[in-house]
Design a protein around this ligand. Structure first.
Ligand SMILES: Cc1cc2nc3c(=O)[nH]c(=O)nc-3n(C[C@H](O)[C@H](O)[C@H](O)COP(=O)(O)OP(=O)(O)OC[C@H]3O[C@@H](n4cnc5c(N)ncnc54)[C@H](O)[C@@H]3O)c2cc1C
Length: 419
């Protein structure tokens, strides 16, 4: 037990998983310490809406201190996690002294994987953090202003965007950029023909949405094509320069913007555990989400490889899996502190889903049922509103979505850089 008489629960990461755990520890007789390198929770599923000016920063990032303000025994520190010492039950950080724990909730999430593509770390725009989304939005706006000042740049691809990855992140971003370009920018920049701006989605596999059923794959490809996106499947990017993207086939695409939505890898802190990792650097956990031989360590969210109790498949890296696994860990620790036993984790499937644009979305449930179109978009909205951390955030999102639906306007079309 730690110096304080109450057991200390250390939560690493204030994403869906970490916040879920903290919420379930509200009534536990424990001191709760949450550490994140940011002072905010990032709502990743809406990053593409921030990047395409539909939502503003405060609708996608929420202060962690505010989220835990009604949690009497919780403390928040902003610091980067360096390493976890499982034997000594201690975590080291970049900016603060080491913290020991009685229980650890490890929820540091995943990070972008450029798969060694030359030039991608320097020149691609990933879509994983709040700064990523803001930088992409500012860059796109800045490129359109450049084209407005000097239309001869259009021939050089100043407005062209290549999006890498035919999964939900790539498809959602491509659809949203297409609506921004063909809708708002068409009016904003009367001197520029929006059809001169090429939007290309590149996917290495044979089809978009490899994780979805064939009817949803076809639906997504058609919805994107209808919105003026060129879909190139079976092609991979070999190198990226500031104004050019080269494919493995040798084809060179003129594009001043490359959005990377192609791959994830486990957080590098996992290496400090000295354990064998699973595919994508994820950590295998037992049925109760604890680390083998370490019942005091819960691994949750994107960083965990959680096997579904019913179908023996590893659950996907989704917000609802992260939230439910975090809640399970927090609830289990609270029960154990109260002298009760912990239970195995059971995932309640909310469906895997993605929106492609206004009125176009897909949903697939673990048992195979699928939905498309407006119905799927309503399901997407319902599930994502439920995932948002507060009612205030839900209200902000509803106002922005409703505004965009009625006026077709994206209000965040401004850049606020240094003067
Ligand atoms: C662009 C995008 C779109 C998505 N769309 C959807 C969707 O539509 N629906 C859906 O269900 N899921 C979606 N997902 C997946 C979903 O967002 C993730 O599954 C979920 O965020 C995982 O939650 P987590 O708590 O495990 O990790 P995260 O949300 O990544 O949180 C991890 C936290 O750890 C912190 N952290 C990381 N490293 C350190 C360190 N070294 N030190 C200190 N702090 C650190 C981070 O700052 C972060 O706050 C999307 C993901 C992305 C990237």
């Amino acid at each position: 037990m730690s110096a304080d008489s109450k057991p200390r629960v250390l939560i690493l990461g204030g994403g869906f998983a970490g916040i879920g755990a903290a919420q379930k520890l509200k009534k536990a007789d424990a001191q709760v310490v949450l550490v994140d390198r940011h002072d905010y929770h990032t709502f990743q599923p809406l990053l593409y809406q921030l990047a395409t000016a539909l939502l503003d920063t405060s609708a996608v990032g929420h202060s962690l201190r505010d989220l835990l303000s009604d949690h009497e025994r919780a403390m928040v520190h902003q610091a980067g996690v360096q390493a976890i010492d499982l034997e000594n039950r201690t975590v080291t950080f970049d900016e603060i002294s080491p913290i020991s724990y009685d229980y650890l909730v490890f929820g540091l999430g995943a990070q972008v994987n450029f798969f060694g593509t030359a030039g991608a770390p320097e020149h691609a725009f990933p879509m994983y953090t709040l700064p990523d989304a803001v930088q992409l939005k500012d860059h796109i706006l800045e490129r359109w202003e450049a084209a407005d000042r000097d239309p001869s740049l259009i021939e050089d691809g100043v407005l062209n965007v290549v999006i890498v990855g035919g999964g939900p992140t790539g498809v959602e971003t491509a659809g949203a950029i297409a609506e921004l370009y063909r809708g708002d920018f068409d009016k904003d920049y009367p001197g520029v023909k929006s059809e001169d701006a090429k939007i290309t989605l590149v996917e290495a596999g044979p089809e978009l949405f490899g994780m979805f059923k064939p009817n949803l794959r076809e639906y997504a490809a058609k919805a994107l094509t209808d919105r003026g996106v060129e879909v190139k499947t079976g092609m991979a990017v070999s190198s990226v320069e500031p104004t050019r993207v080269t494919l493995k086939s040798g084809e060179e695409l003129k594009a001043h913007t490359l959005v990377w939505g192609a791959g994830l890898q486990g957080n590098p802190v996992v290496q400090s555990l000295g354990i064998e990792l699973q595919r994508g650097n994820r950590i295998g956990v037992g049925p109760d989400l604890t680390l083998p031989d370490h019942p005091e360590v819960y691994v949750v969210g994107d960083i965990a490889a959680i096997t579904d109790a019913e179908n023996e498949q590893v659950l996907p890296q989704l917000g609802s899996v992260a939230l439910q696994s975090g809640e399970h860990a927090g609830g289990s620790i609270a029960r154990r502190i109260a002298g009760e036993t912990s239970k195995p984790f059971k995932y309640k499937d909310k469906g895997t889903m993605a929106t492609i644009g206004r009125g176009a979305a897909v949903v697939q449930f673990l048992r195979g049922k699928t939905m498309t179109g407006a119905k799927a978009q309503v399901a997407w909205g319902t599930v994502h509103l439920a995932l948002l951390p507060t009612n205030e955030d839900r209200a902000k999102a509803v106002v922005s979505w409703a505004g965009a639906a009625f006026t077709h306007q994206r209000v965040g079309r401004i850049t606020v850089g240094a003067d």
